[in-house]
Design a protein around this ligand. Structure first.
Ligand code: GRF
Length: 187
């Protein structure tokens, strides 16, 4: 099997990146991570790229040319899929068009519920019975593209934001990996 080259975009801790790196060590997993893009110089997630000798690009989103810089780097590494894993910056329509290939995102709620930030707090306030995570394609609207898959769990009485985050992220790692497998199984 010829593996596809993937770029992961991060802004923070990078636990989803770490998980994808682990999965990609399996020769049957359809991707290899060839590039990490990060918009935060202090992001812990960069360490996962360093430790695994994956090239990384730290971008300054205040500079107008930053998206073309990313596109140039992605061409160099023949990237065919972008995984947004906690990337806290909206991707422009122009970037999506110019890349022209698949972009997927992981979101910590059962979309279309709770788009945007601060999800766990809002989920608790709404007294939801169930929550989970969603992997979806990215389009120009926030957290709005076609859903690839979701994983869910029932919220317990004593679950707080921190616990919800832990439970959700545990599912995210599996969901992201399964979504990547699905994409290459059917395409
Ligand atoms: C994830 O929980 C994801 O749902 C959200 O941002 C978080 C990133 O976490 N989009 P990490 O950086 O992968 O640890």
């Amino acid at each position: 099997m010829v593996k596809k080259n993937v770029c992961v975009f991060i802004s923070g801790y990078g636990s989803n990146l770490e998980s994808l790196i682990k999965y990609s060590r399996d020769y049957k997993f359809p991707i290899n991570i060839k590039l990490v893009v990060c918009n935060n110089i202090y992001a812990k997630g960069i360490l996962h790229a360093k430790k695994n000798s994956i090239p990384y690009l730290i971008i300054d989103t205040k500079k107008r040319s930053y998206e073309s810089k990313i596109l140039k780097e992605m061409k160099k590494h023949k990237i065919s899929l972008i995984c947004l894993a906690g990337y806290m910056k909206i991707i422009s329509k122009k970037f999506i068009q110019n890349f022209g290939k698949k972009i997927i995102n992981i979101h910590p709620s059962l979309l279309p519920k709770f788009k945007g930030l601060n999800t766990f707090n809002r989920i608790l306030k709404k007294r939801e019975k169930k929550t989970g995570c969603t992997v979806h394609y990215v389009n120009e609207k926030l957290d709005n593209g076609q859903i690839i898959l979701q994983k869910s769990f029932f919220i317990k009485k004593n679950d707080n934001e921190e616990i919800l985050k832990k439970k959700t992220q545990y599912l995210e790692y599996k969901a992201f990996a399964e979504a990547v497998i699905n994409i290459y199984r059917y395409n």
